[in-house]
Design a protein around this ligand. Sequence first.
Ligand SMILES: NC(=O)c1ccc[n+]([C@@H]2O[C@H](COP(=O)([O-])OP(=O)(O)OC[C@H]3O[C@@H](n4cnc5c(N)ncnc54)[C@H](O)[C@@H]3O)[C@@H](O)[C@H]2O)c1
Length: 269
Amino acid sequence: MGRLEGKVALVTGAARGTGAAIAELFVEEGAHVCIADILEDRGAEQAAALGPRACFQPLDVREPASWASALEATRVHFGPANVLVNNAAILDVRPIAEFSPEVARNILDVNLVGPMIGTQAVVPGMVEAGGGSIVNMGSIDAMEGMGWVAPYAASKFGLRGFTKSAALELGQKGIRVNLVCPAGGNQALTQGFAQNLMKRREAGEFIELRGLEGGILGDRRAKPRDIAQMVLFLASDDAAYCHGGEYMVDGGHTAGHIWFATEPPERPA
Ligand SMILES: NC(=O)c1ccc[n+]([C@@H]2O[C@H](COP(=O)([O-])OP(=O)(O)OC[C@H]3O[C@@H](n4cnc5c(N)ncnc54)[C@H](O)[C@@H]3O)[C@@H](O)[C@H]2O)c1
């Protein structure tokens, strides 16, 4: 028996990347899943590939009316959602001086206000379903800063605060709320980040990157499924006592800042 039998999950940003991996693993574990995204063709294809336990609904996480219709469609297909994964997010890479207020506001709108209004929208159905689990997708950038992604890091730090406040408010309604903090996972965001920098380098800008080389676990990079496994655990009843927490899936990235790739040289006696 799957670990998500009886669960009805809405996963935002699940048309591709980490969200798609979460939807796939959830279906494997017995959940019914609504893939909710602004990418309609890709989302519909993704849902079709997962079979009758999945459906697709267009959702713009910035719009309360869009949340209402995606949750209502989920209810019609499978019943009220008792799992919400706030995974959708956007990233823009540029120094602080180059962020327009519009770009910064949109990042906060999608990455932070989206999960807030999604939480508001899903709670009544979760109460009706007898409880639920909300999993918010943070990042290592919810724990540490990173150059050239200031609004994104601010949105993820904000989501961390929202997760804790929501946990305090919703625990007594039987709704658990947690934050997952990945490093990597889907290469789309990471590649977008790298490509943006490469373009600027090619255009003649001097850009030196620090802190991106090597990994503490060797060359292995996170796979979407690594992140999905943590989300699965927090969505399931196995995590019944996990509430208001932040769960790193970062290969040790935030464990500390200096490590040695080789054994220390032998010391003279
Ligand atoms: N990839 C990484 O390196 C990495 C690292 C840390 C955290 N994360 C987090 O993991 C999550 C997934 O990232 P990913 O790498 O799979 O990104 P991605 O860009 O591949 O996927 C994000 C999805 O969100 C959707 N989306 C964007 N705006 C939306 C909106 N307004 N309404 C609904 N959907 C919208 C996109 O269409 C896309 O399908 C994000 O929260 C991201 O911040 C990713």
